[in-house]
Design a protein around this ligand. Sequence first.
Ligand code: ZN
Length: 153
Amino acid sequence: MIRAKAFKAYKEGRWNIHGLMQFNVAKIKENNFCWYCGKEMDPKELTIDHVFPRSKGGDNDMDNIIMVCKSCNSSKGNMDLFEWYATVRKEWPPLYILTHYLKNIYLYCEEHGLMSKHSYELDKMKLPFNWKYIPLTFPQPIEYYPELFNAEP
Ligand SMILES: [Zn+2]
């Protein structure tokens, strides 16, 4: 189903090398684990989550679709992804989720002319993400890949 969707998007020119193609290629090829919690499982057990919830205007484009376990999917529900990681899971998202979500927010803001809006203007708008949960500081590489920094000089 995902492959058919990807092929359709590719054929219609909506899926190109400027988007998140590499991420999506990996997502399609290696969908034997939940992208939110990392738990490995049979691909048949995975469910489709919309990064920007459908109820908040998220679409069915490849960039907005991610394969996750039933548990994460129902736990997250319609919450903002950063809000869910911060308040429910109380941890940083995996690096690929962090960058993927930021890219989606960035592309949405570019597309909708939000880059120079003030926060009070954003508050009046119906957005598919909650800007208040966008982190102001980020984990450093050593926090994600400590093994890379443990080598003796
Ligand atoms: Zn999960």
